[in-house]
Ligand binder design. Structure first.
Ligand SMILES: [Mn+2]
Length: 495
């Protein structure tokens, strides 16, 4: 069947009118439009298929945690209908789509990652009833399963609604019924915007941007403290990421013969084999590219004698990502100047990590790391005869430190981004918070204010730190950080 034929059928099967789609066989409706399909073939495709319904399925590992997360959401918005969509496929070009990644809010509250899914919390007298709306198994009677481009014959078997109920611990209904039901519903409602235009259209007269933002903020702040399942996922992400970094070190000679792309592809292989994906575009920055904070073009040369700044993270199948950076001497050993700069960043990171503990202000680890870096820059004579205090007061070190020292980490690499300032940047750390500590020094290739030999050197060291009851735990400590340990680790891997 040609693409064009599939397109016509799939246009006919718009979900707005599921009853029509159910009742009327496609072939009859579009009489004569499918010259390649005989009545006999259409009839044949309707039957002769085994019952593959799965029974007695066990709930997913995080079912208990998602129930607790929904309960917290319910308590925050009593008496209101809450609508949280997974999102839809997005076009990459013509009829090809980007890989689907469910919205963080939906995956956090359900553990499900199905495109077009929607979680709805209906208010009751004492809380909410949660229902998950999903696309059911493809209809075989009307030909949907093989004639529609999103039919199961093309894209693979989906869970039936009954299977989804067993797995997720939630009642499941047909998502094609949802827009009409939402349009007719009365009472206060909020939704998470930006994921599903169809759901937003159905709610357009009922929601306000301000109230929807409050829902988004709540869901961001709810994720500040990770539960036990989430901590285990983040550890898994960090462990897989460490193996991905080892993979890269083993093939540095191949990267030298090709480009930074070899490093990107090598890490991606590990991410796909052990996890769902990379959690963000890998930064594979060799030589002066290391001074570009978000270098993701990764098309440059990899040269011995220079440094490789690799900032990459595996995202687990449950969508928790690591965010780790190591700066490595491409030939296996630092030059004295590279090492001097590296050691300064290492010392700053040590000071930053030491400042991560329950009761500390979120800003403390940033301040601790920035002070060390300012001291080094003054010591090296890059800031004239200014004192460290004066440099920090004027923020002059930032010409070379450039960015904040860390951020929350979780399902999003920059997690909890909608949290209010008082809950995040001006907040206080508590056990279960997970954040990155990632100071850096960057001397741009065209920076005339530093000695020539500094130009084009960029160093960042980044680890994922969990706040514990009595301090912190470095989830990414399977990768060495100290310069001599990095060299020994590389030598061991290169054999
Ligand atoms: Mn980061």
């Amino acid at each position: 069947m040609s693409y064009k034929e599939r397109q016509i059928v799939s246009d006919e099967l718009t979900p707005e009118n599921p009853e029509t789609a159910e009742a009327e066989p496609i072939k009859q409706r579009k009489n004569g439009l499918y010259p390649g399909i005989s009545d006999e073939l259409a009839e044949s495709m309707k039957s002769g298929w085994a019952d593959t319904e799965l029974r007695g399925l066990k709930p997913i590992a995080q079912a208990g945690h998602t129930a607790a997360r929904r309960a917290a959401l319910s308590a925050r918005f009593p008496g209101e209908r809450l609508v949280v969509p997974a999102g839809n496929l997005r076009t990459r070009s013509n009829d090809t789509e980007y890989a689907f990644r469910a919205s963080t809010e939906y995956a956090y509250l359900t553990g499900d990652q199905t495109q077009d899914g929607v979680l709805v919390l209906e208010p009751t007298s004492d809380g909410h009833d949660a229902t998950i709306y999903l696309l059911p198994r493809s209809n075989r009677e009307n030909g949907e399963f093989w004639l529609d481009g999103q039919g199961e014959l093309w894209v693979g078997r989906r869970h039936s609604l009954s299977e989804a109920e067993q797995l997720l611990g939630l009642p499941a209904k047909d998502v094609r019924e949802l827009p009409a039901a939402l349009s007719e519903a009365t009472g206060p409602v909020r939704t998470v915007r930006g994921h599903d235009a169809g759901i937003e259209a159905a709610l357009t007269d009922k929601v306000t941007a301000e109230r929807d933002e409050e829902l988004r903020v709540h869901l961001s702040e709810a994720r500040l403290v990770k539960d036990a399942f989430e901590v285990a996922e983040l550890q898994k992400a960090c462990d897989a990421t460490a193996r991905g970094f080892e993979d890269v070190v083993k093939v540095l000679d191949k990267a030298e013969a090709t480009s930074e792309r070899y490093i990107e592809g090598t890490f991606f292989l590990r991410a796909r084999v052990e996890g769902n994906d990379i959690g963000y575009g890998s930064i594979c920055a060799a030589g002066p590219h290391a001074t570009t904070l978000h270098w993701v073009r990764n098309d440059g040369p990899v040269r011995p004698g220079e440094l490789l700044l690799l900032d990459a993270g595996v995202e687990t199948d449950e969508l928790y990502t690591a965010d780790v950076t190591r700066t490595l001497p491409i030939n296996g050993s630092f030059t004295p100047l590279q090492r001097k700069i590296y050691d300064a960043v290492y010392e700053a990171q040590e000071a930053g990590i030491a400042a991560v503990k329950p009761g500390a202000a979120f800003r403390d680890f940033h301040d601790a790391a920035q002070r060390v870096l300012a001291e080094k820059l003054v010591e090296w004579g890059l800031l004239g005869d200014l004192s460290v205090e004066k440099v920090l007061e004027l923020g002059l070190q930032r010409r070379w430190t450039l960015h904040g020292t860390g951020h929350m980490l979780g399902m999003d690499v920059h997690d909890c981004a909608a949290a209010r300032t008082e809950a995040y940047v001006d907040g206080v750390l508590e056990p279960g918070v997970c954040l990155t500590v990632e100071p850096g020094l960057y001397f741009q290739a065209d920076d005339l204010t530093v000695p020539e030999e500094y130009r084009g050197i960029g160093v960042r060291i980044e680890d994922d730190i969990l706040v514990t009851e009595d301090g912190n735990r470095n989830l990414s400590d399977k990768l060495p950080r100290r310069a001599d340990e990095v060299e020994a680790w590389m030598a061991g891997l290169k054999g």
